[in-house]
Design a protein around this ligand. Structure first.
Ligand SMILES: Nc1ncnc2c1ncn2[C@@H]1O[C@H](COP(=O)(O)OP(=O)(O)OP(=O)(O)O)[C@@H](O)[C@H]1O
Ligand SMILES: [Mg+2]
Length: 266
């Protein structure tokens, strides 16, 4: 069962229609769903709207059949909707472990005063959180980097750290906005495998926004194509890849771009 449904979702900025009527059901536990499309198609705006960062101009967002339109990002995180950002959002002066611990606090706020009192119960709870955070770090291959400052991690490691922090909030629905952008081919492969494994291990529904077609086609159960704020195609990866309108509007252009970049590199 998919958990999230949008109906005629619109996000307008003056004359710019970032989303122009998106009706989509997504969020099948344990699956990977990719949202693709050219630059400016509205992919990030869609994620921003359904994770409470943007307020939709009109339309509805339902989670398990309940209208959650207008809830804040924090409220949505508490009911299992989490995301990472297209640009890294790391606490640079904290250790890798502390960054992941922050993911727990996104949903478990111990009161400020109780925090100051440091009751034995709270101390025990903090230790348990640290243990769990360490396990999550290990699951993304960063166990040995736990006490290193985030600032000393490589770019690929930081991308994994962001995913680890998002996993710590125990999402049912996790949006990853361009999780492999800027990574080397080896890191991309590693991250792709990791995303697939995490969906299966945590039973979370993972939605990735991604331009790397090879990765998208190899790890996704379903692909949605957004163009100009509207859904152009939605379905199994092989069907979307061979859809004439998708090739014309996006994949054809993406291929030409890729060939150009090979030509200029060679
Ligand atoms: N906060 C904002 N204010 C004004 N315009 C915005 C805002 N956010 C997005 N837009 C506009 O909405 C459109 C969709 O942008 P969005 O970032 O959602 O695209 P995208 O598909 O994620 O693109 P990319 O692949 O480049 O990340 C663009 O024209 C963008 O300039
Ligand atoms: Mg974007």
């Amino acid at each position: 069962m998919t958990v999230l449904a949008t109906h005629d979702l619109r996000v307008h900025f003056g004359g710019v229609r970032a989303l122009d009527g998106v009706t989509l059901a997504l969020g099948l536990g344990g699956s990977v769903h990719a949202i693709i499309g050219p630059n400016g198609a509205g992919k990030t705006s869609f994620v921003n709207a359904v994770t409470g960062v943007y307020r939709a101009t009109s339309g509805t967002i339902d989670l398990d059949g309940r209208n959650v339109s207008g809830l804040s990002a924090h409220e949505l995180a508490r009911i299992g909707v989490t995301r990472t950002f297209q640009n890294l959002q790391i606490f640079w002066t904290m250790t890798a472990l502390e960054n992941v611990v922050c993911g727990f606090h996104l949903v478990n706020e111990a009161g400020f005063w109780r925090g100051l009192l440091r009751t034995p119960r709270l101390v025990r709870r903090s230790r348990a959180i640290e243990q769990e955070a360490l396990q999550i770090l290990s699951s993304v291959g960063l166990g040995k980097r736990a006490s290193d400052m985030a600032g000393s991690l490589s770019y690929g490691e930081l991308k994994r750290l962001e995913i680890a922090r998002a996993i710590a909030s125990k999402p049912r629905l996790l949006f990853l906005d361009e999780p492999v952008a800027g990574c080397t081919a080896t890191e991309k492969k590693l991250l792709g495998r990791l995303i697939r494994e995490l969906a299966e291990a945590t039973h979370a529904a993972i939605v990735i926004i991604e331009h790397d077609m090879k990765l998208v086609m190899s790890i996704s159960d379903r692909v949605t194509v957004l163009v100009g704020g509207c859904v152009l195609a939605d379905g199994l990866p092989e069907l979307v890849r061979n859809d004439a309108s998708v090739i014309e509007a996006y994949l054809g252009a993406a291929k030409v771009r890729q060939e150009r970049s090979y030509a200029s590199a060679g």
